[in-house]
Ligand binder design. Structure first.
Ligand code: SF4
Length: 148
């Protein structure tokens, strides 16, 4: 895993738990600016850019970093990332911290693991858990990231 301060063009930098959030994203988020930005990150992944694991704030966090409510640097979020990445690797051994394609097959595999609970440890202490419970229970209807 590389520190989040390092950037690489053409690669989407993600902290661990955001791999889970991508699975359930239905266009809802903290602010309109945040969701507009999230949509752009998601479009890059759908266009085939690799995703790369980083520690701390990532490409999705960017609009929140100046907000008073920003929690992106909190230790509990780092812990969530750690748990999420461990669960993702267990469910999808092809996931590589240095870079991998979150393609339709990978998304399908991860959504299965999310729905049966194997990934939910990575949702540790998240305020959105009830929303994501419902999305998974509803067969991921309305999610933005394609892939089953
Ligand atoms: S419950 Fe929170 S951490 Fe888990 S997928 Fe939903 S938004 Fe992401």
């Amino acid at each position: 895993m590389i520190p989040s301060a390092q950037t690489e063009s053409g690669v989407v930098r993600l902290r661990g738990h955001h791999l889970l959030c991508l699975l359930t994203y239905i266009g809802k988020g903290y602010t309109p600016r945040f969701t507009a930005h999230f949509n752009r990150v998601l479009a890059r992944i759908q266009a085939g850019e690799e995703v790369q694991l980083v520690s701390g704030p990532d490409d999705i966090c960017q609009p929140m970093l100046g907000e008073p409510s920003c929690h992106c640097h909190e230790a509990r979020i780092d812990h969530r990332d750690h748990l999420a990445w461990q669960a993702v690797q267990a469910a999808l051994p092809t996931a590589r911290a240095e870079g991998w394609h979150l393609n339709a097959e990978a998304v399908h595999t991860l959504r299965q693991a999310f729905a049966d609970g194997r990934l939910r440890v990575g949702c540790y202490d998240c305020e959105w858990s009830k929303l994501c419970d419902g999305i998974a229970a509803n067969g991921f209807a309305g999610v933005r990231l394609q892939g089953g």
